[in-house]
Design a binder for this molecule. Sequence first.
Ligand code: ADP
Ligand code: MG
Length: 238
Amino acid sequence: MAQVTLRSIEKRFGSTRVVKGVSLDIANGEFVSLVGPSGCGKSTLLRMIAGLEDISGGDLMIDGRRMNAVAAKRRNIAMVFQNYALYPHMTVAENMGFSLRIKGLPKAEIATQVRQAADVVGLGDYLDRLPRQLSGGQRQRVAMARAIVRHPAAFLFDEPLSNLDAKLRVQMRSEIKSLHQRLGTTTIYVTHDQIEAMTMADRIVVMNVGEVEQEGAPLTLYDHPESVFVAGFIGSPA
Ligand code: ADP
Ligand code: MG
């Protein structure tokens, strides 16, 4: 589990500042949801934390260690994307075990880890299937299991449920929540759906055009929004 600290994090693409000095302290084991309208910089911020994007300014610390230039694969942070990003030609088991194969773990060890992760997400009977033979929800579970096998210090989710229908979204919400309760892994969960954030997170961070507008416990934000923007965003229907 990891403590994640952001100090005045900035991101510029050319002359455009898309993340404008974001500071956040995320505790070990905390489930933080990052919300805000499309284009406000959520994915960019998450990608910087994951190490998939360079940081233009400020400091990123994981467990007190400065991470600005540390490569993604050395951070042990797992990211789960909206489009699953599964390898289409690999079976479920091969998808789940790929990162362990890269690490050079023995085959038997990989099989054990994959089986455990598959059980966590309820896909024990689907290990030999290909991604195209799975439903959207099952594909998202494969993506989660692929993250779980790495025993990451933190999970980063980028709108993982946006491609699923409403009923499945509700089910997956509680699956991700119980996964967090079970593993206790620090989680940053990006969504533009405030209901998702309200029901899942210990704390919600509301972003607007590259900045943190307000952060707090779900009910605090709901009861005491500090700006019309937050009130409109948190209070509006999904
Ligand atoms: P969100 O995830 O909140 O929808 P993003 O982080 O994807 O927002 O994008 C924030 C802003 O940065 C947007 O205006 C987007 O167009 C811009 N942006 C994102 N990635 C790039 C890139 N690689 N090059 C230039 N601009 C980018
Ligand atoms: Mg995004």
